[in-house]
Design a protein around this ligand. Structure first.
Ligand code: PLP
Length: 429
């Protein structure tokens, strides 16, 4: 198998001799641990021979992977730059300062915290900074696309806070701002959360700000999904409107798996203390360095082109899926996300996902804004990183329709999907 793995690319020797020999070496893993190296090689093969249409996934660059595999993984650095609980933090401080500086400049924010281990950790810290247990929070209801951290009973949020859920108009699929305002008036929440796992349009941050001001509530934007589009200028920014912006760094933003928080100076100390020491211990400094690399990439003009292509690709995908007979919620998309209802094809979402998976198209089911049946959620961030364009989206939508209808020879369908994926390798060797 001649798979060039991300890890083996990351192990390329450093070009500057002053750096010295770095210890990462995929060959060492192959020699020492055939079981795990075999799994990693198989995963690299899976990622490059199927289409990654999960809306939350992407392919990080070899540079980001190199930072993740670097010796900063060994470093303990509890605290913040210049105020650590451990010695030897000079380089950790430099990495975190660079990540914070780049995040602030990329998003035009007064303060950035780059330590949250994940998007959920970022939301946990935002709640910890602004709320007390028992407080009321208004967020998108889970049946409409709210995240687990927006009040799910099995999540800390549902146990520790009183959540009120707003929804979307069942016909248009769009957020019903009159309902948000009415709920804010009736429930007097301490915070309002905007952000979703499946809403394909932009939240109206200005409206949310006005509603929050009327209710005397904080506005928390959970921009985990669109943060990369915001970085690339392909989506409006919540930074001027929200008190706190939470995000992931691994979705469209294309960085390492992790979270981040942006806020104004007046909340900066509360946010920092809510991350460490309230909800986390030592930050993962290799991930912080990798976040800095990703922010650097996202500030380059090529990334803005990428972000706009992600949206253009999603629009084509939505339009062609609609012509294949699927119902598209909100009638299209302004983001990387497309939510499709396969019911008009006489297939439920679970069956559709099974057929699509068998054909090599990897995606999720999700709640639909109407009824009890589930829909299919897909995204264009990963395939666009692979270099796929609008013609490729038309092909994908055609293969998608054929797979859902169980049309034609399954082996041939799988071969066509494999061909498309392998023609656009995520890590060209
Ligand atoms: C992805 C996501 C999260 C959580 O991110 P994790 O890194 O998986 O914890 C939180 N909120 C929203 C809206 C998301 O889309």
């Amino acid at each position: 198998m001649s798979v060039t793995t991300p890890a083996s690319r990351a192990a390329a020797p450093p070009s500057s001799p002053s750096v010295g020999a770095l210890p990462q070496d995929f060959g060492a893993l192959v020699r020492q641990d055939p079981e795990i190296s075999g799994i990693l090689l198989a995963e690299a093969g899976r990622q490059s021979s199927t289409l990654q249409l999960i809306a939350a996934e992407n392919f990080t660059s070899p540079a980001v992977l190199a930072a993740l595999g670097s010796p900063l993984a060994n470093k303990y650095a509890e605290g913040y730059p210049g105020a650590r609980h451990h010695g030897g933090c000079e380089q950790a401080d430099a990495a975190e300062r660079a990540a914070v500086r780049r995040a602030m400049s990329l998003f035009g924010a007064e303060h950035a915290n780059v330590q949250p281990h994940s998007g959920s950790s970022a939301v946990l810290a935002a709640y910890a900074a602004l709320l007390r247990p028992g407080d009321t929070v208004l967020a998108m209801g889970l049946p409409y696309g709210g995240h687990l951290t927006h009040g799910a009973p099995g999540n800390f949020s549902g146990r520790w806070f009183e959540f009120a859920g707003y929804g979307v108009d069942p016909d248009s699929g769009l957020i019903d701002y009159a309902q948000v305002r009415a709920l804010a008036r009736a429930r007097r929440p301490k915070a309002i959360v905007c952000g979703s796992i499946s809403y394909p349009r932009h939240p109206d941050y200005e409206q949310f700000r006005a509603i929050a001001d009327e209710a005397g509530a904080y506005l928390i934007a959970d921009a985990a999904h669109p943060m990369g589009l915001i970085a690339g200028g392909a989506a409006p920014s919540p930074v001027p409107y929200a008190d706190v912006v939470c995000a992931t760094t691994h979705k469209v933003l294309r960085g390492p798996r992790g979270g981040m928080i942006l806020c104004g100076v007046e909340l900066s100390e509360r946010i920092d203390r809510a991350v460490f020491p309230f909800t986390q211990g030592g930050a993962q400094m290799h991930t912080v360095a990798a976040k800095a690399v990703a922010f650097g990439e996202a500030a380059a003009p090529a990334y803005a082109v990428y972000a706009h292509r992600v949206v253009a690709n999603a629009r084509v995908l939505a339009a062609v899926l609609e012509s294949e007979g699927l119902e598209i919620t909100t009638g299209g998309t302004d983001t990387h996300i497309v939510v499709a209802d396969p019911a008009p094809l006489g297939v439920d979402a679970r069956t559709a996902r099974e057929r699509l998976t068998a054909a090599g198209m990897i995606l999720d089911t999700c709640a639909l804004p109407y009824g009890d049946a589930r829909g299919i959620r897909l995204g264009t961030a990963a395939v666009t990183t692979q270099g796929m364009d609008e013609d490729d989206m038309t092909r994908i939508a055609g293969l998608f329709g054929a797979a859902v209808r169980a049309e034609g020879d399954p082996g041939r369908l799988r071969a066509e999907v494999r061909g498309l994926a392998e023609h656009n390798p995520p890590y060209p060797g």
